[in-house]
Design a protein around this ligand. Structure first.
Ligand SMILES: *Cc1c(COP(=O)(O)O)cnc(C)c1O
Length: 393
């Protein structure tokens, strides 16, 4: 691949390795191991494996390598390591680089499992973690210290779609020598250029938009070759969170249509948000692409578009939210996001059920809040479905 191809071309061709058969669609190398021609070759490979030399699928596999090279090419990253899930990527990126005594600053508005890793796991091993309001640059500035090793945040938070200023936080972190780790799931590789904006490490749950069809769990960590191969790979390959070759094949094929799907989903999300923005059953419509989003200027600068997810707050609380969800005929009630199907979630009783009430309040997770991950269905059908369901709310 030459350096000047655009991301949409790289998404289709990047990383391809053809076998001797010249297959068009990438092969699934569903093998845990590899045969060496001689004992000397085995010895040499264990000393140092070349880019097309494999040892064991936990260390690497040709199909997994194709996925890693393709997503790295799309992101403009030097390298990538594919993982068994998004959480294997989040925990692997953090744990592989941290040690007892280190200090981390993190945004408070996080996916529940990310919060668990930072609050419960890292602290158990002697890492100090300070939580801040991610949208407040002054809070980041106050919390980042001379001895801070890393900062962590979701560039767009789940489920209330708070946006963190990547360039702003990166400038503060880099001034103190801290690395910037960004969970970029909601922003997607299509609307985010997190590495160019100052992130050192970008993490995706591939389960979401990259698969985009609800089939498999996966994740990926992107960064410099030095960080991926010297810090992440030794940790991941010895602790077992590597991606399976079958999953890598699903994700690789997902990358080919990622751009088309995310653009279609975003167009649908924008149209829905505009259609219901002033609906009288709704106290709030939160969509980063609306002018009414409190961080609209930042969204335009950082992403250019509002993405594929919106959140609505029904005035009638939980009862109204449940009536609305139960009346849908196209959208489905589930908890994934980024899917080709429109998926609706009631965070207060499902994904964020276990949060204590004061934390729900602090994060804006009200009883009327419904998260809508918008799919690629016909736009008019989706708007009709939501307006009809709102009548019952
Ligand atoms: C889903 C999600 C994860 C975890 O990914 P899994 O593939 O489910 O392990 C991490 N961060 C964010 C923001 C997510 O939405």
């Amino acid at each position: 691949m030459t350096g000047d191809l655009k991301p949409r071309t790289r998404a289709v061709h990047g990383g391809t390795r053809r076998s001797q058969y010249g297959e068009v669609s990438e092969a699934i190398f569903l093998t845990q191991g590899f045969v060496y021609e001689t004992a000397e070759q085995a010895e040499a490979r264990f000393i140092e494996a070349g880019p097309d030399e494999f040892i064991y699928a936990r260390y690497g596999n040709p199909t997994v390598a194709m996925f890693e090279e393709r997503i790295a090419a799309i992101e403009g990253a030097e390298d990538a390591f594919a993982t068994a899930s998004g959480m294997a990527a989040v925990s692997g990126a953090l744990i592989s680089m941290l040690k007892a005594g280190d200090h981390v600053v993190s945004a408070r508005a996080l996916f529940g499992s990310c919060l668990y890793v930072l609050e419960e796991v890292l602290t158990r091993y002697g890492v100090e973690v300070t939580f801040v309001d991610g949208s407040d640059l002054d809070a980041w500035a106050a919390a980042i210290r001379d001895d801070t090793t890393a900062v962590f945040f979701e560039s767009v938070s789940n489920p209330t779609l708070q946006v963190v200023d990547i360039a702003g936080v990166a400038a503060l972190a880099h001034a103190k020598g801290a690395k910037v780790l960004v969970d970029n799931v909601f922003a997607t590789p299509v609307w985010s250029d997190a590495l160019a904006q100052g992130a050192d490490v970008v993490i995706y749950s591939a389960t979401k938009h990259i698969d985009g069809q609800g089939r498999a769990l996966g994740g990926v960590i992107l960064g410099t070759q030095e960080f991926i191969r010297k810090t992440v790979e030794p940790y991941m390959k010895h602790t077992g969170g590597s991606m399976s070759p079958f999953t890598a094949w699903v994700m690789l094929k997902g990358l080919e249509t990622l751009d088309l799907r995310v653009r279609a989903q975003t167009a649908n999300a924008t149209a829905i948000a505009q259609a219901i923005e002033t609906h009288d059953k709704l106290a709030r419509v939160i969509y980063p692409g609306l002018d009414s989003h409190t961080q609209s200027a930042l969204v335009q600068r950082q992403m250019g578009q509002g993405g594929t997810v919106l959140a609505i707050d029904l005035r009638g609380g939980k009862e109204a939210a449940f009536r609305f969800l139960n009346a849908l005929e196209v959208g489905v009630i589930s908890n994934n996001l980024g899917d080709a199907k429109t998926i609706l979630t009631h965070p207060a009783t499902t994904t964020h059920q276990r949060l204590p009430q004061d934390q729900k309040d602090a994060l804006g997770i009200t009883d009327g809040l419904v998260r809508i991950s918008v799919g690629i269905e016909d736009q008019a059908d989706l708007i009709d479905d939501i307006l009809n369901a709102l009548k019952t709310a």
